[in-house]
Write a protein that binds this ligand. Structure first.
Ligand SMILES: *Cc1c(COP(=O)(O)O)cnc(C)c1O
Length: 223
């Protein structure tokens, strides 16, 4: 069913939107099936799980890290990660920069914003983002490149609420673009939308959607 699921989703999203197949908790055989159906971008939220899958799967896969990243786990993913969606503190960005330098890499990252009503979700607010972007420490970072923003909407059936939160993330993106990244074409990504809300996210300007269960089926445990 994975191939059919992928085809169904791809048929309904504009070509300007990139699909990240969220494969967390799923076995390597499921990822291989998606790969064989043409999928090349996978999203994981545990560093060691992503490292282990990277080791055994084809090397032209682009690995996106989408979960809360602990600084002591950064080293496992830096040699190969394509995009980190979940930079939620200045300290984390600094630590990623330091590790990337060791590997002589420039690692693409998104700033994660807290747009949901739930307190449990991670992310920056605008003030924290400005503090980070205005800081001398940030100006010195040579081994990370900020490419946009990421956010997760509240887990709710209330479509109006979800739409409001996505609109908010889009506004954050536009403000940062104007104030900090004008004339920097790499700052273009808005990562928002999951299995249940990606159509709304696309309407509100998502460039990256992160879809798991609609491709791979329900997860056994929710992490
Ligand atoms: C698990 C996860 C997803 C995908 O969730 P689904 O509802 O299964 O599509 C997307 N983004 C993040 C950050 C996740 O942790």
């Amino acid at each position: 069913m994975i191939k059919e699921n992928l085809e169904r989703i791809k048929a309904t999203i504009p070509s300007s939107v990139t699909l990240v197949a969220v494969s967390k908790t799923k076995p390597v055989s499921d990822l291989q099936e998606a790969y064989d159906a043409g999928q090349r971008i996978f999203g994981e939220n545990h560093a060691l799980e992503m490292r282990d899958k990277h080791e055994v799967l084809p090397k032209d896969i682009q690995w996106h890290f989408i979960g809360h990243l602990q600084t002591n786990k950064i080293k496992y993913i830096i040699p190969f990660v394509t995009l980190i969606h979940s930079i939620d503190s200045a300290n984390l960005l600094e630590a990623v920069n330091k590790e990337a330098k060791k590997h002589d890499r420039v690692v693409d990252c998104l700033l994660q914003f807290h747009i949901a009503q739930e307190e449990t979700k991670f992310g920056l607010d605008m003030e924290e983002a400005r503090q980070l972007l205005d800081s001398e420490v940030f100006r010195q970072m040579q081994n990370v490149r900020l490419c946009g923003v990421m956010g997760m909407a509240t887990f709710t059936d209330d479509e109006a609420e979800i739409r409001k939160e996505f609109k908010h993330l889009k506004e954050i993106f536009e403000t940062l673009k104007t104030d900090y990244f004008a004339g920097q074409p790499q700052f273009k990504e808005i990562s928002m939308g999951m299995s249940d809300d990606y159509p709304i996210a696309i309407e509100e300007g998502a460039t990256l959607i992160r879809v798991g269960s609609k491709i791979f089926g329900a997860r056994n445990y929710n992490v």
